[in-house]
Design a protein. Structure first.
Length: 210
């Protein structure tokens, strides 16, 4: 049985956050026998990645006692890593906030960005270790970033795609809703059309995993 991991990275209600609504619509239309797990990065206890993580890893390897914070961050990092590694399909539902991803999603990525697990270093350069996974990106952004002029400044989808490529993953599908804040007179239709594409993606995945 396949394992589908849905990483939810927007804590706004679905009535206000478009990517939250995308997550809701996706889950409502995902009809599958596969195991589906949701990892809500805003609901999890996820201390920021930094020296505490490195100290925790070193102490853990040497069977030394950890501080409360070190234990928290090690537990959180291992939970995220286990969820990511167990998944055959990883779905990221997140907004573009201030031209990048939410901080909580960044912490999740920091946790799973680990040499020897998701990539390795070689004399020829880094090599991804999880090329067999499929990734689905559900993203909403109020402006339009699909034009050649704006695309370079979009650092949410571009970032997630770059990290997944670094892990060796090339099977990446994107559903992006954009421009609903930029064009308020067309916002309702833009969002509705996007939600239909979310439904199609969920339905297609359902058939694949039936």
């Amino acid at each position: 049985m396949e394992n589908i991991l849905v990483v939810k990275a927007n804590n706004r209600p679905a009535s206000e956050g478009v990517s939250s609504k995308m997550h809701e619509v996706f889950m409502e239309n995902l009809k599958t026998d596969a195991e589906v797990n949701t990892f809500d990065v805003f609901a999890e206890d996820m201390p920021y990645f930094g020296q505490d993580f490195f100290d925790a890893m070193q102490k853990s390897a040497q069977a030394e006692e950890l501080t409360d914070l070190e234990q928290r961050i090690l537990t959180a990092a291992n939970k995220a890593m286990d969820a990511f590694m167990d998944a055959d399909v990883v779905v990221f539902a997140f907004p573009l906030w201030n031209k990048t991803i939410p901080a909580a999603l960044q912490t999740f990525i920091d946790y799973v960005y680990r040499a020897g697990m998701t990539f390795k270093y070689t004399e020829e350069g880094p090599v991804g270790l999880v090329p067999e996974k499929k990734v689905i990106i559900l993203n909403a952004r109020g402006g339009v970033y699909s034009t050649p002029e704006m695309a370079p400044s979009e650092m949410s989808v571009n970032y997630i795609r770059a990290i997944m490529n670094f892990f060796g993953i090339t099977d990446i599908e994107e559903v992006i809703i954009e421009g609903h804040n930029m064009y308020p007179d067309r916002a309702e239709q833009i969002i509705a059309d996007g939600m239909e594409r979310v439904k199609e993606t969920a339905n297609t995945l359902s058939k694949v995993n039936a």
